[in-house]
Every structure is written in C-alpha cells, then in structure tokens.
Write a protein of this length. Structure first.
Length: 190
C-alpha cells in the first residue's frame, strides 16, 4: 500500500462461504479487508494447488476488478500416494470422511498435509503464495468445528483435530493462514 493512498480491498473469488470466513478472519489480523466475489470458475485438472490457483486467476482477469485472489487447497495423504490432493472437495463429496477413513484402515503411516495456494492478481501480474500444515489422519472423525476434512486432520505436535480446536487456534496453524499471510505481507509492502 502506498502512503497517503488507501489500497482497494482485494476480492476473494470463491463460492465457499467457509473459506471466505476463514480468510476474512485471518486477513483482518493484518489490517487487510477483503470483499467476497461469489463466483465459481472452472478449474484445470492438476496435481498442485499453486498451478490450479494461478490458472484460475488468469481465467478471471477480464471478469473481476483487480485486486482479486483465489485459493486452491488439498489434503495430501502419504499412505494414499497424495490422494485426494487437489481432488479433495470432489472426493469428500463422493466418499465423505468415512470413505477416507476406510481407505486408511490398516495403514500405519498416517502422515498427511494440507496444502494451500493463494493466487493474487494485483492489476500488474499474478503472484502465488503457498502454505502447508503437516499432521496425520485420525482413526475416527472428532469435533464439531471447521469444515471439510477438519474432523480427521490432527496437526503436527497436537492431539486434537482441527475440528476440535477453536477457530482462532485452527487459524493460527492452518495451511490457508500461511498462504494468506504471505499475500498480506506482499500487499502491505506495496
């Protein structure tokens, strides 16, 4: 942000109200206020959230007033060779948490990581910020908070799942926070 000039609030292009609420809470801590652009954009198939997010931003350049950003994330499970990865939302809709846990039955290696990529178009170019939260898959779903895979993801160094944590505690550890923090620092520098 330039001194003496108020920067435009970036729009978060997402149809997911949970993602928007989390991003709004996190970015507010840095003094970055965001707008909600409730759009969906067709996504390319790919293995990395950063590639998918950057492509989505490029597709939206003529449709959304800059600055704006999109976020793509996935749960990468070691014992499942990275599945569901960038197909996490699709897999959750098809097999649910129970299906993921059944796929993990008998697996000794329960390591997993959430990966997030935030792609920002500031009117000049596309920038991508990434974040990761490492942990493991629980043996059963636990907790009422959060969304998606939060009831089965236990972050490294903790015993509770993301869904058992308060929103503030989860936000402090999340992959999405790490990516959003990178974007906030970039915006505040500019």
């Amino acid at each position: 942000m330039r001194k003496g000039k108020k920067a435009a609030s970036p729009a978060f292009v997402t149809s997911n109200p949970h993602k928007f609420a989390e991003a709004e809470r996190v970015l507010k801590q840095f003094g970055v206020i965001i707008r909600h652009a409730r759009l969906s954009c067709p996504e390319i198939r790919g293995e990395e959230p950063a590639v998918i997010a950057a492509d989505s931003v490029r597709r939206l350049i003529c449709k959304v007033e800059p600055p704006f950003f999109v976020e793509d994330a996935g749960l990468f499970v070691g014992a499942l060779n990275g599945f569901p990865g960038p197909y996490s939302a699709w897999a959750l809709g098809k097999v649910g948490l129970g299906g993921l846990l059944r796929l993990m039955e008998g697996a000794r290696d329960r390591r997993a990581s959430f990966r997030s990529a935030v792609a920002l178009f500031d009117g000049k170019g596309v920038r991508v910020f990434e974040g990761e939260a490492r942990g493991r898959i629980a043996f059963r779903a636990r907790g009422e908070n959060g969304f998606g895979y939060d009831p089965v993801f236990v972050p490294e160094g903790f015993r509770e799942t993301f869904a058992e944590m308060s929103g503030a505690r989860k936000d402090a550890l999340s992959h999405r926070r790490k990516a959003l923090e990178g974007m906030a620092r970039f915006l505040l520098k500019g």
